[in-house]
Design a protein. Structure first.
Length: 303
C-alpha cells in the first residue's frame, strides 16, 4: 500500500543539508538520489516494516511510505519528523551563528540538524560500529547487519534490525557472519539492554543530559567519542566528541601544525555555550554543508 503526505517546513530547512550533515546518509538502509534530491530509507512504523522516500519542494516535504498494510498517517509523520528533527527548535543555535561571522552561513543554510535513525538503538548500534575502524569497514558491517537481520519492504530495501531480533542471535553470529570483530559482544549486549528497556531514558523527553550520559557510558564499547556523538543525536550539543578526523582537521587549522588540546578547543568554542560541540562539528564540516553530497564520513579514534 502506498501512503502519501505533505509536511510543511519553515526556512531555512534544506533536506540535502540535513541528510549530509554527517555520515548516516552513507549507511544502510539510507540512500540519496542526487538527481531527484530524494532521501530513501526503510523503517518500522509501529511493527510494520515500511519503505520511505522524502523530497523537498519549497516549503513542503513530500513523503511516500510503502508497506504491506495500512499505515497511520500520524505514525508516518512521527518517523519522518524524528529522523529529520522537524520538531526540534534550532532558533537559539542559529541566533548564535548569526552573531559569529565565521558560522553565519550555518544560520542561512539551516545547518545543525543532523540526520538520525528512526530509533535510538539503530543510532547507537551504528556508532558502535564506527569505533576503531575505517569507514569502509563500518559501511560493510552495517550493510551486512541489515541484509541478514533486517525486514524487507516494498521497493527492495530492508530495515535496520530491531534490538529484539539482534538479541536473539548468538555472539558468534555478529563476529563470524556480520564480521564485527571484537564489537560482537558489545553489540549483542547493546541489543539486550535496548530490548529489555534498560535504555528507555534515552527516549524519555524528561531525562536530563547527565542521566543519558550515565546510561550511555555504562554501555560496553562506548567511550567519550561515541557518547558525545550519541548525545548530539539525542539533542544535547555540549560534548566535543573529538575523533581522529576532527583532530586532523583541527591540526590543519592550527599554527605550527599541532593538534590542539581539548582544553584549547573548548576555549575556542566556549562562546557557543551548550551548543559548543555542534559549533565545532559544523565549523569543521563547512564544505560538506556548502556542497551537500560531497561529504566525507565519520572517522573515529580508539576509545
Amino acid at each position: 500500500m502506498i501512503h502519501r503526505l505533505s509536511l510543511r517546513v519553515d526556512p531555512p530547512f534544506r533536506l540535502a543539508v540535513v541528510a549530509f550533515g554527517h555520515g548516516w546518509i552513507d549507511l544502510a538502509p539510507n540512500g540519496w538520489d542526487p538527481v531527484r534530491g530524494v532521501l530513501r530509507t526503510a523503517a518500522r512504523v509501529g511493527s510494520i516494516p515500511s519503505g520511505f522516500t522524502v523530497r523537498q519542494a519549497g516549503g513542503r516535504l513530500h513523503v511516500t511510505a510503502s508497506a504491506e498494510q495500512p499505515l497511520p498517517r500520524a505514525a508516518v509523520r512521527r518517523v519522518v519528523a524524528h529522523m529529520l528533527r522537524l520538531d526540534e527548535d534550532f532558533g537559539p543555535w542559529w541566533s548564535l551563528c548569526k552573531r559569529e561571522g565565521r558560522l553565519a552561513w550555518a544560520a542561512e543554510l539551516g545547518a545543525g540538524r543532523l540526520l538520525r535513525a528512526p530509533t535510538t538503538f539503530e543510532d547507537l548500534a551504528k556508532l558502535l560500529l564506527t569505533t576503531n575502524c575505517s569507514w569502509a569497514a563500518t559501511r560493510r558491517m552495517v550493510t551486512s547487519l541489515v541484509e541478514h537481520l533486517g525486514e524487507s519492504v516494498p521497493g527492495g530495501l530492508r530495515t535496520f534490525p530491531t534490538p529484539e531480533r539482534c538479541a536473539e542471535m548468538p555472539e558468534r553470529f555478529f563476529r563470524d557472519v556480520v564480521r564485527t570483530g571484537y564489537r560482537a559482544r558489545a553489540l549483542r549486549e547493546l541489543a539486550r539492554r535496548a530490548a529489555s528497556g534498560e535504555l528507555s531514558c534515552c527516549d524519555d523527553p524528561t531525562a536530563t543530559c547527565e542521566r543519558r550520559r550515565e546510561a550511555l557510558l555504562a554501555l560496553p564499547g562506548f567511550g567519550p567519542y561515541a557518547v558525545g556523538q550519541a548525545l548530539r543525536l539525542l539533542g544535547h550539543y555540549e560534548d566535543l566528541a573529538l575523533d581522529s578526523w576532527c583532530r586532523a582537521k583541527l591540526k590543519e587549522r592550527t599554527r605550527g601544525g599541532r593538534v590542539p588540546s581539548e582544553r584549547t578547543v573548548l576555549r575556542r568554542y566556549a562562546r557557543f555555550g551548550e551548543y559548543r560541540g555542534l559549533a565545532l562539528w559544523v565549523d569543521l564540516t563547512r564544505d560538506w554543508h556548502l556542497q551537500p553530497g560531497a561529504s566525507a564520513p565519520l572517522s573515529v579514534t580508539p576509545q
